[in-house]
Design a protein around this ligand. Sequence first.
Ligand SMILES: Nc1ncnc2c1ncn2[C@@H]1O[C@H](COP(=O)(O)OP(=O)(O)O)[C@@H](O)[C@H]1O
Ligand SMILES: [Mg+2]
Length: 208
Amino acid sequence: MICLFGNQKGGVGKSTLTVLSGNYLSLDKSWPVTIIDMDYQQSISQKFEKAKVLENAEPYDVMPASLETYPMLHNVLTRNKKDAILIDLPGKLDDDGLIPVFKSADMVVCPFAYDEFTYESTVLFTVVLKKVNPGIRVVFIPNRIKANVKFETMTEVNEQLSKFGTITAIIPDRIDFQRITTFNTPVSLYPVISPIFEQVFAKHLWNP
Ligand SMILES: Nc1ncnc2c1ncn2[C@@H]1O[C@H](COP(=O)(O)OP(=O)(O)O)[C@@H](O)[C@H]1O
Ligand SMILES: [Mg+2]
């Protein structure tokens, strides 16, 4: 199972949700996970190297990769169909190297927020992705949502996005999201994120 974490917009939570998903699938569901880090900042790889110094056994591997090397990597990674390959995408759309990555994926998790600019980037990303891979399953996760979001805005955006995929419950903007590592999710986050990941990955967990 190949799952992308993508949005053209930066700072929406692609890297954060990739790590949270990796932790959830491997630590809570004992599923074999590999994270492919294609973010320019390689933020997950950096987190991973730091955490490795302090812990003794990592629950999954994090591989830094570029769009150019992906086609080679893909053959090795998909030898075992049951493995969950989680790919943290770079926040861009103007690179043909994305085409093989988009084509190879079974699903995409697309974090977004309820503001105008993020909405436009989210729709653009999804339209391009679906053009390349019409069968891909799209899951939108509203992330870093502050208490003052207008109900009307949420309803309107959700109505538009639901034409492309499923929208989960919201993840609030909370300070404990800064404490996530590639070895551990803070326990305080479980009530917020577990029901969301149950919904996002259930289909694949029961039918690997
Ligand atoms: N729900 C949240 N509440 C508070 N901070 C968050 C939340 N989700 C992500 N963040 C923080 O927001 C910043 C951007 O998130 P990140 O996952 O790096 O976004 P992206 O990979 O899309 O650029 C990071 O500092 C991260 O810790
Ligand atoms: Mg990132």
